[in-house]
Design a binder for this molecule. Sequence first.
Ligand code: AMP
Length: 420
Amino acid sequence: MSTFKAPKGTYDLTPPESAKYLAVREAIAAPLKNSGYGYIETPGFEDVALFSRGVGESTDIVTKEMYTLTTKGGSQLALRPEGTASVLRAALEANLHKLGNLPVKLWYSGSYYRYERPQKGRYRHFSQVGAEAIGAEDPALDAELIILADQAYRALGLRNFRILLNSLGDKECRPVYRDALQGFLRELDLDEETRRRIEINPLRVLDDKRPEVQKQLVGAPVLRDYLCDACKAYHEEVRDLLSAAGVVYEDDEKLVRGLDYYTRTTFEFVHDGLGSQSAVGGGGRYDGLSEMIGGPALPSVGWALGVDRTVLALEAEGIELELPASTSVFAVPLGEEARRVLFGVVTQLRREGVAADFAYGNRGLKGAMKSANRSGARFTIVAGERDLAEGVVQLKDMESGEQTAVPLSDVAEAVRERLA
Ligand code: AMP
């Protein structure tokens, strides 16, 4: 071990475990790529104001969890705590919304940073795959995103997750509800910090997990009773489309989520095997965000799924992903001449698209065979002086143990035939 360790709240992905993370990212991305979403990548840091304005001045993310820094040039930056604000900023900057093809559908994958109290499933550096559909108000788009996330989780084999669904109303009906809720909350017996929250972000109080708070929230006004007709109709349509697609969800009128920009549809994917950090992904509609960051009105919807927690969910369900061995052929040379020849064979195999690796470092036959086994390769090719003199290599099938001499020039073909 070196004198350094990964910083608190972070961890490294190393082989073979890391292959699982790649597979999860790919599984989440696959249905998006298949549904018209284009890949977008944005910087790991942004102007801090993008998040304070976009995500919300009063949210935990902005008040407590952002990694902020001042550059030598005096710019105030923040490591990105989430993806939506950055992606929308980038889409506006590139004028993607002016190309006449709305919605602009984008997907992304990357690292996010929040200064949180670390625990299992909650890290200071984590990884998300996300999707945003920008510039259209259409319940089918909300449904599409939820269906695609459901499809991704199912493709991974996950079953013990639930979809929680709610509507937060819009700029017409939400303020009316907010007033009513504030009136109710102000009468309760709450601590100072929660009292402050009532004034800045009363919906978040509903999310308070403490039993003594939850007890007092019985009888609180519910948003559903305040939704305007347009929001009600919109929400009904999302629900109908999900049901028609066979996607099971639960109505959760308490679901408000931790970011201020959500309007109308909000949803969360929770996994029942994860303890307190049970949200594996979430998202919703953010019809006002574009204007909040200085853009035109662009009603939009999106989600982000956490890769770290998805891997934990797989473990909780005992799911082993079928990860194909990364190496098909492992070459073991016996002697100097064989090293040169087999290195050439490996290079050729790779150029022909066969995954191949080589016993580097002169570790002797025993060490080399150990590496061959560990590589998971289906075949080894072994060659010594006598083989070379005859112009052959020994091709060994590691499953059956069967070994055949194959002419040097035919190795790639022989391997391909057997793999097929
Ligand atoms: P949020 O932007 O908070 O809705 O987060 C979306 C998803 O990202 C969550 O459902 C988690 O799976 C994941 N996530 C958020 N924060 C963390 C964290 N600190 N550590 C690990 N995963 C996280």
